[in-house]
Design a protein around this ligand. Structure first.
Ligand SMILES: *Cc1c(COP(=O)(O)O)cnc(C)c1O
Length: 390
């Protein structure tokens, strides 16, 4: 074992089951391990490095800002955060933004906002938040409570109260839950990530949007993983033609630096007031300068390319030997394989391709700008790894 792997075992807390690879550098969709072996990266650090590794424009924006002004605290005005909030608002039609440092924090802010809105508008007993079974919303005690998967809850009870879990794609059930309980918000991932890369049905999402509108329930779209161009639109909810009251995002937004954002619509834009919420690092100038470079380049041409590459992957893998099903949207794809997903992942790694896992599926989250030749090469390696003898 290399020094780094041994020292990691000794000094880093045991929370991660790491792949046996130390990554040292890369460029775009190529990454190298400590022995100089090169891999095609179809994971993007879990949907984070939206334009690949050491992307030049992002790195330049970040390093320029880092050598100009790296932090001020939120006691002062700074330009990168304001420009980023303006850009996000103009591109989505949302009205205001709160910046934090992670997806969990972006969701915490969404939950606090929804509860305050409901308490003021309907009464303090309207604190319940409906989320979906199999969802994933983060690791803090409250976002764990929001996460509709028991495996994440055990050993950490009691969690924050007031979360109800609805069945995925069951319209009747969620309408019943929303009307029979005192509900502040419904929170969904339009494409569930950690839960197995599954896109929600369109009629289900539309039903949720309708009941939220009708009952004055805040609709929160958790776009931490499926947002920022990943699913072929700037934010995944746009594929469904709905208008959420709150959008939370992180991962790809910062392009590799920690940045979370909670976007507020007309209803929620002035719910939080002075000292209702805050963050020491939130809106950090370096992170926001990088994010400006990322978001400004997620344009129609790039999104068209994301959809085109998605179609290529779906076409190649659907019905391929050893592939049971392909799910997801855009460049957020889950593959149900006949072999054990872990075996497929290891075989890909041995053959120079890095892919991820979600539940029992192989998960792909390539950089949005992955070059066609690398994508074609990687998918052929993956197809081979999936094959079973007939
Ligand atoms: C990753 C993820 C989170 C948590 O983000 P962190 O930055 O790890 O806190 C929340 N929601 C979804 C949908 C995610 O995929």
């Amino acid at each position: 074992m290399s020094d780094i792997k041994a020292l990691d075992k000794e000094y880093i807390a045991n929370t991660y089951a790491r792949f046996p690879l130390e990554l040292v550098k890369g460029k775009g969709s190529l990454v190298q391990d400590e022995e100089g072996k090169e891999y095609i990266d179809l994971g993007s650090g879990i949907a984070v490095t939206a334009f690949g590794i050491a992307d030049e424009k992002w790195a330049e924006a970040v390093s320029t800002q880092a050598s100009t002004l790296q932090h001020t605290s939120n006691l002062y005005y700074t330009s990168p955060a304001v420009k980023l909030a303006q850009m996000l608002s103009e591109k989505t039609g949302m009205k205001k933004v709160f910046f934090s440092n992670s997806g969990a924090e972006a969701n915490e802010c969404a939950i606090k906002t929804a509860r305050k809105y409901a308490a003021e508008k309907k009464g303090a007993e309207y604190f319940n938040i409906i989320t979906l079974k199999n969802s994933f919303h983060g690791r803090t005690v409250t976002t764990l409570a929001a996460t509709g998967q028991d495996v994440f809850h055990k050993d950490f009870l009691p969690l924050t109260e007031g979360f109800l879990y609805a069945d995925v794609n069951d319209c009747e059930n969620i309408v019943k839950m929303a009307t029979e309980n005192k509900v502040a918000a419904i929170m969904i991932e339009c494409v569930q990530g950690e839960g197995g890369v599954a896109a929600l049905n369109e009629d289900f999402v539309k039903t949720i949007a309708d009941i939220c509108e009708k009952e004055d329930i805040i609709l929160i779209c958790d776009e931490v993983q499926c947002g920022n161009g990943r699913c072929g639109e700037l934010y995944c909810y746009m594929n469904y033609g709905i208008s959420p009251d709150i959008v939370s995002t992180a991962k790809g937004l910062g392009g590799g630096l920690p940045l979370g954002a909670t976007l507020f619509g007309e209803k929620t834009k002035d719910v939080l007031g002075a000292s209702d919420h805050g963050s020491t690092f939130g809106g950090n100038p370096v992170c926001c300068a990088g994010a400006l470079s990322i978001i400004s380049r997620i344009d129609d041409r790039l999104l068209y390319d994301v959809r085109r590459k998605s179609e290529y992957i779906f076409n190649e893998l659907s019905g391929a030997n050893g592939v049971k099903s392909v799910s997801g949207m855009g460049l957020m794809i889950g593959i149900e394989t006949e072999k054990n997903a872990a075996d497929v992942i290891n075989e890909c790694m041995a053959n120079g391709v890095l892919v991820l896992k979600a539940k029992t599926k192989v998960r792909l989250l390539p950089a949005l700008n992955i070059p066609d030749d690398l994508l074609i090469k990687a998918i052929s390696v993956l197809k081979k790894a999936c094959e079973v003898n007939v």
